[in-house]
Structures are given as C-alpha cells and as structure tokens.
Design a protein around this ligand. Structure first.
Ligand code: ZN
Length: 500
C-alpha cells in the first residue's frame, strides 16, 4: 500500500464511523422512541469517541509525518497534496487539546446547555452567567493551545471558517453597516410595506408536505439519494455517499416556514449530494466550510426561492396547494409578502436585510469576550446597545436577547460569522453564475433550474474540500470576498419591493 492509500484507508474507516454516528443522530431527531433516548445517547457517545481516537491516533500521525516530508509531498498529485494538507491540519488541531481539557469542556457544555434551557425559560441571566464565564475561560485556554498570530478569536474562527480572521471580518462588516443600517431606516420610514396577513391561515400538513417535495425536486434534490422527514428543529445530514437527508417542520397556521425551510435545507442537501463521489473515504469528500455550506442554502432559500422569477413559475403550484387561501391573491402581492422586512429581536426569524445585523452584534460581543475587552456580566447591556444601534429595537427580557441562541451555551464561540459569510458568498457566487449562464433569470422563470444546478455542481459542489473558502471564492469568481455584491443585491431588490 502506498502512503496515500494508507492515509485514505484511515479516512475510509473514519467515514464509516461518522456515517454510523450520523444515522444514529438522524434517528434520534426524527423517529427514535423516547424511551430509547438514553441508551442511544450513550451508544452515540461511544462511536464518537472511537472516531475521535482515530483522528488523533499515532498511526495516523506517523503516516502524515512521512507524507509531509518535502521529497514525498512534492511527488504527489494536486488532489493528493490537498488530502495531506487537509488531514495534517485537522490532525494538528485535534491533537492541540489535551484529552483532559477536551473532556472538561465537553462535560461543561452539557451542564451549561441544561442550565441555559432553564435560564431561558426563567429569564435568568445571572443564573447562567457563571457557566458562560467558564466557557469563555476554557475557550481562551483552547485558543492559546491552537495558536494564533494576533487575536485569540481567530483560533476559534478557524475551526468553522478556515483562514478567516477577526480583522478580515471587520473589514467586511464596515461597508455592510455603512450602507445597510441607513438603508433599513429608509425602508421602514419611507418604504411602502407589504401586507403579510395573507400568509396566515389554515394549512394542512399533507399539502405542506407535498409542496416541500415539489420544491425540493425543482431545485434538483435527488430523492433516490435522500428523503424528507419531519422534526422540531430542521436540519440536513449526510449519512454517506448517496444518502443525504433533509427535515422540515409543518406549522398548522403558516406554510412559509416549511416551504422556505425546505428550500434552505435543500440547498445544503444538493451540496452534499454533489460532493465528488470518486473522492469518498478521503479528507476531500467534505464541504469547503460552514460558510460555503450556508451560501448554498441561503441562495436556494432567498436569492432563488424568494425571487420574482422563481415565484412567477412556482406560485401557481402554491395556489394549487392552497386554493382557498391564494386563489384571489395576485403574484405581485404574494411576492411582496414573502419579502417583507421587519427588525425583530430573534435571529432565526430575521429577514434577508436584517439577518446580518444579528450576526455582527454577536461577533463583536464574542470577540470582545475572547480578548477580555468585555466581561460576561456586561453582555446584556452591550447587547441592548447594539440592537438599538443596528436594528432600532431592544429586547424587554434576556430570553429574547442575550439568552436566545444555543451557540454560546454549547461552547461554539466563533460559529456565528459563518451565517453572515454564507449570505455574502451566496450573493457573489450568484452574480458570477448570472454572468456565466445566458439568460439565467429567464430560465428560472420557466422553472428550469438545471443550468444553475449544473453550474453549482461544477464550480462548488464537486470541489469538495480542495480549497479554503477564500481560495474557492477566488477560483470561482476571480475575486476576493467583496460585500458589495450583497449590498447591491439587497438594495436593488428591496428598493423595488418597498417603492423607494
Ligand atoms: Zn443552514
């Protein structure tokens, strides 16, 4: 066996363990009988530990060491070099944290999530604060073990978005703030707001399920390589090659969450379905990053799913699904209603225009925590200041403010920016797809999404983990990340909708 074959045989075994863990997790969140929960959690924990041990094994370390010797490395092909780069980086990162610290952090986050659930219900920030203080302190310890050049936050960010730094994020955020904070104010004060009442009503579960199926089919989701199920907190999960599953949630009084949720999860899923099958069982059979993953979901949900062009084609299907609700609602009115903008307290309910503000706020606070510029006890006050500055509103309690998300209680500091980056990447990718595909919008109007899917497959999905996110962006769009694409997209679309 060559060294590369040895490396890939390690990764193949790892992919089997990951596949087993993913299937167990999918089942836990969909059909597992409640009494089976405890045993499953234990079994899943065991499988995950096996996988972790494999990722940090001396055997893997010695294969990587040999492969990294210049003479050997230089003799490899491009994909093989990328395999070694990606695996060596992952190995180094996993080994940076001593098992005892890793264990301490895992135990802490389990306790902290429990404490957070209670604190959120009871609106008790003080009760939760000690947990967050410990999470921040251990995260700082881990950041120094991972290593960083100038900012401890960068070491955490790296775990979610390779190569991204706080400095770069600030450069990106600056124009977004400068352009979109005043734009939002204008929309609210001078714009003609869409009606949204028409989206409320009674919507049968069966009709919603049928429509979600249709939506997934239209964007190119392959039902022979996946399935759609119902859950409480929707997610997409790749079990392995040829098996990528999506979930959604059906609400009786509103159908838009299940429909646009299906576009969103479908965007994630077609990415995973399009990963390079010939690289299965290697470190390259993976998405580029969380941010690139999110770009695929946000593109399908918002840029495509909520577009005039797509709805021109798809709205008749919606009318057919709910004739009593929409028979007499013209397309234009419906289009405006699903693109209504309203500053809200809750991130996951935010529209396209306001969503990034929720992320900027969280980034600025968590970066401050990591650098020691902000103390946990100051968080609620700082949260409210920033809400007021960016969105013009303030929460009346902690539960709708600083306690709303699970990310900090789960120890995932550095995760939030990938949501914002996803929006920005999506706008930049889409602009390039529009210039590469002749009359893309005309094709979408006719319900033909194949050229777009083909473009995404070729340029993004099939690249797997070959490049870092910024590299991929450069390879595909020939430009660095430029927030101007997103700003222009938002201003064009919403000036029109709000008649500014
Ligand atoms: Zn997503």
């Amino acid at each position: 066996m060559s060294l590369i074959e040895e490396l890939n045989s390690q990764y193949t075994e790892l992919s089997f363990l990951n596949s087993a863990a993913a299937l167990m997790a999918w089942d836990m969140r969909t059909y597992l009988p409640s009494k089976g929960n405890d045993m499953r959690a234990e079994a899943l924990g065991y499988i995950s530990t096996l996988a972790f041990k494999k990722r940090v094994s001396d055997e893997l370390g010695s294969i990587l060491e040999k492969l990294s010797e210049p003479e050997t490395y230089n003799s490899l092909g491009d994909d093989e070099k990328a395999m070694v780069r990606v695996s060596a980086k992952a190995f180094k990162r996993a080994r940076a944290i001593p098992p005892a610290l890793y264990q301490k952090f895992t135990v802490l986050t389990v306790r902290s999530e429990k404490a957070w659930e209670k604190a959120k219900v009871e609106n008790d920030f003080e009760g939760f604060a000690p947990y967050l203080e410990e999470i921040v302190s251990l995260s700082r310890e881990m950041a120094s073990l991972y290593g960083f050049a100038e900012n401890p936050y960068d070491a955490l960010l790296e775990g979610y978005e390779e190569g991204m730094t706080a400095k770069r994020l600030r450069e990106i955020i600056e124009p977004l703030k400068k352009e979109l904070v005043p734009f939002l104010k204008r929309l609210i004060t001078e714009g003609k707001a869409p009606e949204t009442e028409l989206l409320k009503g009674k919507f049968s579960r069966k009709a919603q399920e049928k429509l979600s199926h249709k939506a997934l089919k239209f964007i190119g989701y392959d039902f022979e390589a996946g399935r759609l199920d119902e859950t409480v907190h929707p997610f997409t999960i790749g079990i392995g090659v040829g098996d990528v599953r999506v979930t959604t949630k059906y609400q009786p009084d509103e159908f838009t969450p299940s429909l646009f949720g299906s576009f969103h999860e479908g965007g994630h899923a077609i990415y995973e379905q399009g990963l390079p099958a010939h690289l299965k069982g290697t470190s390259l059979y993976e998405a580029t990053s969380l941010g690139i993953h999110e770009s695929q979901s946000r593109m399908m949900e918002n840029i495509v799913g909520r577009s005039k062009e797509f709805l021109k084609f798809f709205y008749p299907h919606i009318q057919k699904a709910y004739p009593s609700n929409f028979k007499n609602v013209p397309l234009k009115k419906f289009y405006r209603s699903v693109n209504s903008v309203k500053p809200s307290l809750i991130r996951i309910e935010a529209d396209e225009v306001t969503y990034n503000f929720h992320i900027m706020l969280r980034f600025e606070l968590e970066e401050g925590l990591m650098k020691g510029d902000i103390q946990v006890e100051e968080l609620p006050a700082r949260w409210n200041e920033k809400m007021k500055e960016y969105l013009g509103i303030e929460p009346a309690n902690f539960s709708d403010g600083v306690l709303q998300d699970i990310h900090w209680p789960s120890g995932m500091i550095g995760y939030f920016p990938s949501y914002m980056l996803g929006n920005l990447y999506a706008a930049q990718f889409y602009a390039k797809a529009k210039s590469d595909i002749k009359d893309l919008e005309g094709k979408i109007e006719k319900g033909d999404l194949k050229p777009l899917l083909h473009w995404l497959r070729e340029n993004i999905h099939s690249q797997g983990r070959r490049y870092s996110p910024e590299e991929l962006l450069k390879v595909v769009t020939e430009k660095e990340l430029d927030p101007e694409y997103f700003i222009r997209y938002i201003k064009d679309k919403y000036s029109h909708i709000y008649s500014l």
